[in-house]
Design a protein around this ligand. Structure first.
Ligand code: F6R
Ligand code: MG
Ligand code: MG
Length: 365
């Protein structure tokens, strides 16, 4: 049996109204284009959206970074951009930073999370998709899932997990990577990944080398060199049988974390787990949200999805996120609701500073 690859590739190619949700016509077109490739390039596919981001979930046997799979995703986004433009949807084609495909969508605008693995007897996979935030938003959750015994009881109880996990961390500013073994290097891992805007967990492996998680780390504004919106990351996590259970993987989402993004990619706000029916941005273009679809992988087939956060068990965290949203919104344009000046460099604020540059006068020592 060849190895199975899961590729989750996403882009914002236009939405309505404003940046709130993807239009059904785009979802239909994307689903149709991927379906046509089933039994050819792909084994299976599923299309959904989180806010204004169009999410392509694809399975195949061609490994990660495959040119044909990436080209297919690129063509889907291009065709959907055409539809978005014809309807004058907002931000039509916004994440397509190039007119030409060059072998891989990485660096061209879309976000990518992929993993290749040998299917186990039964392989549950959870796919997380977020809007109005940045890739580092997953750091907290990946730490909790794979390194915190207070979240994941399997780290204590299950001999197959007892040795711990290896985290590959990317420095998205200096474009370099490093790995940390946990639990041995937990404190060092935290010293980096607590700075979510720069250090992003890309992969998690079990100590025997089995891949457990993969995320998208593309930073749109760094790629484009100008403000294009937030990166709105995706993440694939495998569960069960010597990996954290499905319940352990989604448990950390009961904690309301504060992430960067929200309005104009310029504000901190609560990260709210929601069902797909609530994955539409409203209040202050948010609040930042994430969805989670659960599948069983069967010879590359996607059995599912189950809409994991469409559940009363997550009502409490949503209520707490709404309270936090009220509290932080009261601060209006003041930090820490607004991002730090360093992070605001990648927003539209420098345009204001430019206008007033010559009005400043020296005040001496
Ligand atoms: C955030 C986002 C929106 C826009 C905001 C302003 O990622 O996409 O919050 O930044 O709606 O959009 P413009 O400048 O296009 O009017
Ligand atoms: Mg948008
Ligand atoms: Mg978005």
């Amino acid at each position: 049996m060849p190895k199975t690859t899961i590729s989750v590739i996403k882009a914002d190619v236009g939405s309505f109204p404003g940046h709130s949700r993807t239009h059904p016509k785009l979802l239909e077109k994307a689903a149709k284009m991927l379906k046509e490739q089933r039994g050819r390039l792909l084994i299976d596919s599923f299309v959904t959206h989180c806010g204004d981001d169009l999410e392509l979930i694809m399975t195949h046997t061609h490994g990660v970074d495959n040119e044909d799979v990436h080209r297919l995703a690129w063509e889907v986004f291009m065709e959907c951009t055409k539809i978005a433009k014809s309807m004058k949807l907002y931000g039509a084609g916004q994440d397509m930073l190039s007119d030409a495909f060059s072998g891989n969508v990485r660096g061209l605008g879309p976000g990518v999370a992929e993993m290749e693995f040998e299917e186990r007897g039964s392989d549950p996979v959870l796919i997380f998709m977020a809007d109005k935030t940045e890739p580092g938003a997953w750091n907290f959750f990946l730490y909790k899932i794979f390194a915190d015994p207070f979240n994941t009881s399997g780290l204590v109880i299950d001999p197959a997990m007892h040795e711990g996990f290896i985290f590959e961390v990317h420095d998205v500013i200096k474009k370099r990577r490093i790995t940390f073994k946990c639990p041995e290097e937990t404190y060092t891992l935290l010293s980096y990944i607590g700075a979510c805007s720069r250090y992003v967990i890309k992969y998690v492996f079990r100590k025997d080398g089995i891949i457990a998680a993969s995320t998208s780390t593309e930073k749109l504004n760094l790629t484009a060199g100008r403000y294009v919106g937030k990166d709105d990351p995706v993440m694939i996590v495998r569960a069960q049988s010597g990996l954290p259970s499905v319940g352990e993987v989604i448990e950390p989402f009961c904690t309301p974390t504060i992430v960067a993004g929200w309005m104009r990619g310029s504000h901190h706000g609560p990260f709210m787990p929601v069902g797909v029916c609530d994955a539409n941005m409203t209040r202050f273009d948010g609040p930042p949200r994430c969805i989670c679809l659960g599948f069983q992988i069967c010879n590359g087939k996607l059995i599912g999805p189950a809409d994991m956060f469409d559940d009363v068990a997550f009502d409490r965290v949503r209520a707490r996120c709404n309270e936090l949203a009220d509290m932080i919104r009261d601060q209006g344009p003041f930090e820490p609701h607004r991002l730090s000046l360093e992070e605001m460099e990648y927003t539209t604020l420098p345009g204001i500073e430019k206008q007033f540059r010559d009005r400043w006068e020296p005040i001496g020592e």
